[in-house]
Design a binder for this molecule. Structure first.
Ligand code: ADP
Ligand code: MG
Length: 750
């Protein structure tokens, strides 16, 4: 019995390790984490995603070493492989959320009474005997509260500085630490300082910690929601299967199912792995993968996909793909990769965020010096408050989150509608497409052609024509060949032996039969073979004008007849094309089929521009030509013979059907053949880019406008100074706002 032995071999060649990084708090962390991981032997490359706090490491590495390296710079990591790991990660996030809430509450419980008492003048003034005792105790308790509630900022700051970079922790630690130190000095030296300068900032220190920690907690929550799509996909993976072994049905863990094993699927059950039905029939709900809500009827010989749900019948299936080879695994992998990929816009922002912290420290220092030298008395007090406020408000958290969090939500949202976006750049570009090029067969049309008429010339019969054509087409895998062969089978015609079979791409087929040469294909084939077809031109045109594809059968250089095949237009192609046009997109169709057929199909589908008789390899040239005219081209094709064109296009949409989802080609994979997914993907792209821009603009305005205010630039004109506690609240809210805004994409109607 074949058991899943080849799985280990696969994991060996994959060599990519996925880690959940614990303790990432700011965009500045990305660089630190990346550098730490890069330093581990065996690491080829690493991508750190700040939105879901993961790192994907390529290369042959020991996970324990990675963990050590991360711990050295102040982080920790957990390996992410299976569902269990994901659950563990969720538990960790939940714990983290609870801890942060507790810390924030503790800091608030001490800071708020301290602040309110100050407003109400309840506390004894500094410099009086009761005052110095009172404030000494306050200083001690504040230290304790900061140690408990804000300790992670300080340890994080120290470790990041040791790792050679400064992160957000450093800003918060410097701001609040300085507040405590300054206040403690003030109360000890009250006698020697001018009375106006003797103001303590204990409450500011703890309230800033309370706000920033609360922000962290809320962000953890919102981020959890943002990554719900991938969790749903992983949750689709069944844990067990009911296999038939030695005539008995037994339940086994999914990892033990082997290729070719026979599996029983009962009504209401999830289909465990990919396979083919070998006995029985049923209808299957595939909506979780394809976004198509109508159940699909399946019977013997049909493919079923692991993770979809069997509705009513019971059937036996043979496993064809298991483990990492299943469609669902590919989808999960693809979504994960796309979610952590950074489009151009994100890469730029990361670089800005990385230099932000040192720049902010510089600005804070300048602020301090400026107030100290030119500020009103007590200049030291002013210098201190303003520089602390700058440190606290300027954290580029929101800036760093703005792009990845929107990408993560959008990619997940797309997957739920059966659209697999494979990289961030495709997501960014799709909405800017100006021309969509559609392949005809299988894209605009069903791709399941059927024989509609047979036209024998004098001396021939329908049967013989079909028999000869089918005999040579038996060797071809073109959809047109399938139509001919199945028609012959339906009429119970016997196939004749052929030799010297040759397929001529985009033209037809040739072979030898009983010592005679047989040709079957389009006019272009006949022209290149030097066959005179003038006598049947009218007949050919007649078929073509009805949108059919006529093929000529030639025996011994003489035309024997024509077989005409029709491929119906998919029922929603027309709507999709009109939607694209409404969005201001030009729609082209390219096909290897003849001009008249192409025109007829285009007319029916509502397409204005057609390029017919294009050989498969030239489709990429058509795309290139359009690009040369300045168009941003989206190519939609089946991903197999259209691969070069898909690759050439700015965004390639590969149309998939069932288990053959063509995941490797195309920037976007449409899991179920409807063209409607193309305008949907474009709308999602537009909404996502808008969302990212809102986030970036918000974060940028926040950072850029808040820093001068925090530095006190409004003071000379309006007497306005920013309270450092308000700065802490604003800083915390800015990231929460960004994450919340990104989460709106989850509810986008497409
Ligand atoms: P499309 O661009 O629509 O996918 P192809 O480039 O595969 O089409 O084929 C173009 C044309 O070449 C077909 O319309 C048909 O006339 C001819 N042709 C290709 N393969 C075959 C075949 N196996 N038998 C007969 N005709 C064929
Ligand atoms: Mg094709």
């Amino acid at each position: 019995m074949a058991v899943a032995v080849d799985q280990s071999a696969q994991t060996e060649e994959e060599q990519s390790t996925r880690l959940s990084i614990i303790g990432m708090r700011c965009a500045g962390c990305v660089k630190t984490v990346e550098n730490a991981i890069k330093g581990v032997t065996g690491v080829k490359s690493v991508v750190v995603n700040f939105a879901d706090h993961t790192a994907v490491v390529e290369g042959e590495v020991d996970p324990a070493k990675l963990r050590e390296a991360l711990q050295e710079v102040g982080y920790d990591a957990a390996l992410m492989e299976s569902f269990e790991d994901l659950e563990a990660q969720e538990r960790m996030e939940e714990e983290r959320y609870q801890t942060l809430l507790r810390k924030s509450a503790a800091a608030g419980a001490w800071g708020i009474p301290l602040m309110v008492g100050g407003w109400l003048d309840l506390w004894p003034p500094i410099g009086t005997p009761q005052g110095s005792d009172f404030w000494a105790i306050v200083s001690l308790i504040t230290f304790g509260v900061m140690y408990y509630a804000g300790g992670h900022f300080f340890s994080g700051a120290v470790k990041s500085l040791r790792g050679g970079s400064a992160n957000m922790d450093a800003l918060i630690a410097m701001g609040t630490g300085a507040a405590w130190l300054y206040s403690t000095i003030v109360i000890d030296f009250a006698e020697v300082l001018p009375p106006e300068a003797t103001h303590p900032y204990f409450e500011a220190a703890v309230i800033i910690i309370a706000f920033v920690t609360l922000g962290g907690a809320l962000e953890t929550r919102a981020r959890g929601r943002a990554s719900s799509a991938i969790r749903k996909l992983i949750g689709l993976q069944p844990r067990t299967a009911r296999v038939v072994r030695n005539g008995q049905e037994i339940d086994v863990p999914i990892e033990e199912v082997g290729v070719d094993e026979i599996i029983r699927v009962r009504p209401g059950e999830k289909i465990p792995v990919d396979g083919v039905i070998v006995d029985g029939h049923s209808s299957v709900d595939e909506s979780m993968l394809t976004g198509e809500s109508i159940p699909v009827e399946k019977s013997e010989g049909d493919e079923v996909i692991g993770g979809t749900v069997n509705l009513r019948g019971s059937f036996l299936m043979k496993a064809t793909h298991i483990g990492k080879d299943t469609v669902l695994s590919h989808i999960i992998e693809s979504v994960r990769q796309a979610q952590s990929s950074k489009p151009a816009i994100g890469r730029m922002v990361d670089q800005i965020a990385a230099v932000f912290v040192p720049v902010v420290v510089g600005i804070a220092a300048l602020t301090f010096l400026a107030w100290w030298s030119f500020g009103p008395e007590p200049s030291l007090g002013y210098a201190f408050v303003t520089s602390m406020t700058v440190l606290v408000i300027a954290c580029p958290c929101a800036l760093g989150l703005a792009t990845p969090i929107s990408i993560m939500v959008a990619v997940g949202r797309a997957a739920q509608s059966g659209i697999l976006i494979r990289n961030g750049d495709a997501l960014q570009t799709a909405g800017r497409i100006t021309t969509v090029v559609l392949d005809k067969t299988g894209t605009v049309t069903e791709g399941k052609p059927r024989v509609t008429s047979i036209y024998p010339r004098t001396g021939w019969t329908e049967e013989v024509i079909l028999q000869l054509a089918a005999s040579i087409e038996a060797g071809s895998e073109h959809p047109l060949a399938g139509a001919i062969v199945s028609e012959a089978q339906q009429r119970s015609l016997e196939m004749k032996p052929v030799s010297g079979f040759e397929a001529v791409t985009g033209k037809g087929v040739k072979a030898n039969m009983d010592g005679q040469q047989v040709l079957f294909g389009n006019a272009a084939l006949m022209e290149s073979e030097g066959i005179e077809i003038r006598d049947v031109l009218d007949q050919l045109d007649n078929f073509a004008e009805q949108g059919q594809t006529p093929m000529i059968l030639v025996l011994d250089k003489k035309v024997a007849g024509i077989i005409s095949v029709a491929d119906i237009i998919k029922n929603d192609s027309k709507q999709a094309i009109s939607e694209l046009k409404e969005m201001g997109v030009r729609v082209w169709m390219v096909t290897g089929d003849n001009e008249k057929t192409a025109q007829a199909i285009a007319r029916e589908a509502g397409i204005d521009q057609v390029r017919a008789q294009v050989l498969p390899d030239d489709k990429a040239n058509v795309v290139r030509e359009l690009q040369a005219k300045g168009e941003i081209v989206g190519m939609v094709g089946d991903g197999i013979n259209d691969a070069p064109a898909l690759a050439q296009a700015n965004v390639g949409f590969a149309i998939g059907t069932g288990t053959d989802i063509a995941i490797e080609s195309g920037d976007v994979v449409i899991m179920q053949g409807s063209l409607l997914k193309v305008p949907e993907a474009m709308k999602l792209s537009r909404a996502t880019v808008r969302n990212i821009k809102q986030n970036l603009l918000g974060a940028f305005i926040y950072n850029v406008s808040a820093i001068p205010v925090a530095a006190g630039m409004l003071y000379p004109f309006f007497g306005i100074l920013l309270n450092p506690m308000i700065a802490g609240a604003a800083m915390a809210m800015s990231s929460v706002t960004v994450v919340t805004n990104a989460n709106r994409l989850r509810y986008l109607k497409l």
